[in-house]
Ligand binder design. Sequence first.
Ligand SMILES: CC(C)(COP(=O)(O)OP(=O)(O)OC[C@H]1O[C@@H](n2cnc3c(N)ncnc32)[C@H](O)[C@@H]1OP(=O)(O)O)[C@@H](O)C(=O)NCCC(=O)NCCS
Length: 223
Amino acid sequence: MAPYRIRLYRDEDYDAVRSLFARGIMEHAPAMYRHVLCLTRVQLGLLSLFWAVCAMAGSWLLALAAVVLVLAAMWPVIHSFSKSFVTEALVADLQDIDSYYMRAPDSCFWVVEAGGAVVAMVGAAPTQDLERPGPAMELKRLSVSREHRGHGISRALCGEVLRFARARGYGAVVLYTSTVQLVAQRLYESQGFRKVLERSPSLFSRLICFHLIHYRLQLPSHP
Ligand SMILES: CC(C)(COP(=O)(O)OP(=O)(O)OC[C@H]1O[C@@H](n2cnc3c(N)ncnc32)[C@H](O)[C@@H]1OP(=O)(O)O)[C@@H](O)C(=O)NCCC(=O)NCCS
């Protein structure tokens, strides 16, 4: 892998950052689809559909076609569910990265450059602590391009956010990830974060047992 360097976000990184974020989220859509297919209620629903069509139409081929049709129809639903996360972020903090992260107090955004391209990113901004009254630093929008994974880049970016939070006197770093982001969960746990809360952001996500998982890391107190 080409050597990489972590640096502060600049205006010319705007498109690369937004597209890296979108790719990082959208790649979880197939995992989300598999997650939904593994749900007992979905499997029972498909089985019931199969037997119902079999009984009504007297054809197992038609019943199979009905199941395949439902399976195919589920994909765009799951895809657009993932897309809604991307859209939300792109019109929120990632709409004006400079104002949200680079000009706001106690906030920052870093990118990783390798071979002249932006290959990873992370942001930090103050939020409400999950466990105690008062503020905590939130680690946001961590993403590493596929070709640059497995080389410790995300660990280095987490380290950057933790140092930033400590230097500004924060006692904790919080973040959230999701049910299907298993690598991210492993990463955060290996960095000392622990799960403090799981919640479903909508009725649909509750139906498909999709949770946002909140993590928290207590920083060592200052001397
Ligand atoms: C999650 C992600 C940021 C990890 O980036 P990365 O640079 O490949 O991670 P690193 O090489 O720094 O690995 C750090 C730790 O993550 C975990 N990890 C990384 N790749 C893994 C894999 N393929 N399987 C299991 N664990 C893995 C390990 O705990 C690893 O520590 P170790 O090397 O000591 O075992 C990256 O996969 C990604 O961008 N995914 C898409 C977007 C995303 O899900 N972002 C998280 C938002 S909450």
